[in-house]
Design a binder for this molecule. Structure first.
Ligand SMILES: O=c1ccn([C@H]2C[C@H](O)[C@@H](COP(=O)(O)O)O2)c(=O)[nH]1
Length: 342
C-alpha cells in the first residue's frame, strides 16, 4: 500500500511542496506515459495548508518566479485568456495555445471572472450565495468543462476541475479539486493562485481567512524533472542550511476590486514599457502598501525585460523581504549586489 497523504496539514506550502515531491518520487504507484510526458505518479493525493498566505516555497535551487505567479493570478482575476499578457511573463505558455493568441483550459479567469450568458460572473454568484446562505455547500466554482475533450488534440485542457468555498466558524476555507497536477512545476502556481483568490474572496466578504485544501487525482513528477527534484530535496541537507522564513504580506480589507483595477492598468503600462515607475511614483498611486508591492515587482520585471541594467537598488530595498529574497535568487545576474549566502 502506498502511503496515504491525507490528512496532511502544514502551516506553509514550503513544507508541503517538499513532502509531496519526496513522496511522489520515492513512493510512486505508477509509471505513466501520456501525450509525450513520462511520469512517476501517485494517485489521490490530498493536503491542507493552515496558513494559505504562506503560499510560497523559498528554495535557492528553484526560486519561484513571484512576478509570474502574481501576474497569472491577476490575469485570472481580470477574466483574460490572451497570450499578450501572460506570454510576457512566461513565453513558454505559447506552446499550450492552439491559435497562438489565447489559451483555453489554463485560462481559468474566463471561467471564473468573465460574465456568462446572463452577464453575471461565476465569482460574484458564488460570493453572493455565501452572503445569503453562509453555511451553504453550493459555493462551487466550476472550471473543467466537458466540451474541452471534444476538441481533437486539445493542447490545453483544464487541470482544475473545481474549487469550493466553505464559510465555517467565520472563516473562509477553500478546497481545490484537480484531475492532475505536475508536482514540481504546476502545483506551485496552482496553489499560489487559488490561495491568493481565497484571500481575495475573504477580503470581499469581510471574513477571516480559513485553511486551504488541495485534492489531486493524478499527482505526478515528469521523469525529465527527476534530477532537479532530487537537487531540490537535497537542498535542506546541505551543511549549515537554514530554511528561510518570512512573514507573508496580508491583503488589506477595503475596496479590493478598485485596487485590482488600478494594479491591472499599471501592469499593462509597465508590460508595454509605456511607463517606468520609481518608488516615489508607486507611492503616489495611493494604493495600499500591499498592492504597491505588486507594482514594485512589475517594475522590477520591466527593468529586467526592457533594459540591460541591474534592477534598481532603491526598488529592491523597498520590497517585502520574502519578495526580495525571491527576486534576488531568481534574477541573480540582474541584481546590483548579490551575496550567495544571504
Ligand atoms: O494548472 C495546471 C495546468 C497543467 N498542469 C499540468 C498537469 C499535467 O502534467 C499537464 C497537463 O497535461 P494533460 O493532463 O492535459 O495531458 O500540465 C498542472 O499541473 N496545473
Amino acid at each position: 500500500m502506498p502511503p496515504t497523504l491525507t490528512p496532511w496539514a502544514t502551516r506553509s506550502f514550503h513544507d508541503t511542496y517538499l513532502e509531496v515531491l519526496h513522496t511522489v518520487t520515492t513512493s510512486a504507484e505508477y509509471d505513466t506515459s501520456s501525450r509525450g510526458n513520462d511520469s512517476a505518479e501517485l494517485t489521490n493525493v490530498s493536503f491542507r495548508i493552515t496558513d494559505p498566505r504562506d503560499r510560497l516555497p523559498f528554495l535557492k535551487r528553484r526560486p519561484v518566479n513571484i512576478v509570474y505567479n502574481l501576474a497569472e493570478t491577476l490575469w485570472y482575476a481580470a477574466g483574460r485568456d490572451d497570450l499578450d499578457m501572460i506570454g510576457y511573463y512566461a513565453p513558454g505558455m505559447g506552446h499550450y495555445s492552439a491559435n497562438g493568441k489565447s489559451l483555453t483550459g489554463t485560462a481559468y479567469g474566463t471561467k471564473l471572472f468573465a460574465p456568462d450568458r446572463q452577464g453575471v460572473r461565476q465569482w460574484d454568484r458564488v460570493l453572493d450565495l455565501l452572503r445569503a446562505d453562509p453555511d451553504t455547500k453550493r459555493a462551487v466554482l466550476g472550471i473543467y468543462r466537458p466540451e474541452e475533450l471534444a476538441i481533437t488534440d486539445n493542447p490545453d485542457v483544464s487541470c482544475t476541475v473545481a474549487a469550493q468555498f466553505l464559510l465555517r466558524g467565520g472563516r473562509l476555507h477553500l478546497t481545490c479539486y484537480m484531475r492532475g497536477n505536475d508536482a514540481y512545476m504546476g502545483m506551485v502556481s496552482d496553489v499560489f493562485a487559488f490561495t491568493f483568490l481565497q484571500e481575495l474572496a475573504a477580503c470581499q466578504l469581510g471574513v477571516e481567512l480559513g485553511h486551504y485544501t488541495h485534492h489531486v487525482a493524478s499527482m505526478h513528477v515528469n521523469h525529465r524533472d527527476a534530477k532537479n527534484v532530487r537537487r531540490l530535496l537535497n537542498e535542506g541537507n546541505q551543511d549549515g542550511y537554514v530554511r528561510p522564513t518570512f512573514t507573508p504580506p496580508e491583503m488589506p480589507a477595503g475596496d479590493v476590486a478598485s485596487a485590482l483595477g488600478t494594479v491591472l492598468e499599471h501592469e499593462e503600462l509597465l508590460r508595454t514599457n509605456e511607463v517606468q515607475h520609481t518608488p516615489k511614483s508607486v507611492s503616489e498611486t495611493g494604493l495600499p502598501e500591499y498592492w504597491q508591492q505588486v507594482l514594485l515587482l512589475f517594475e522590477a520585471y520591466r527593468q529586467i525585460k526592457h533594459t540591460d541594467q541591474s534592477v534598481s537598488a532603491e526598488l529592491l530595498d523597498l520590497l517585502d523581504p520574502g519578495y526580495q529574497w525571491l527576486v534576488r535568487h531568481r534574477w541573480k545576474n540582474r541584481m546590483p549586489q548579490f551575496e550567495e549566502n544571504t
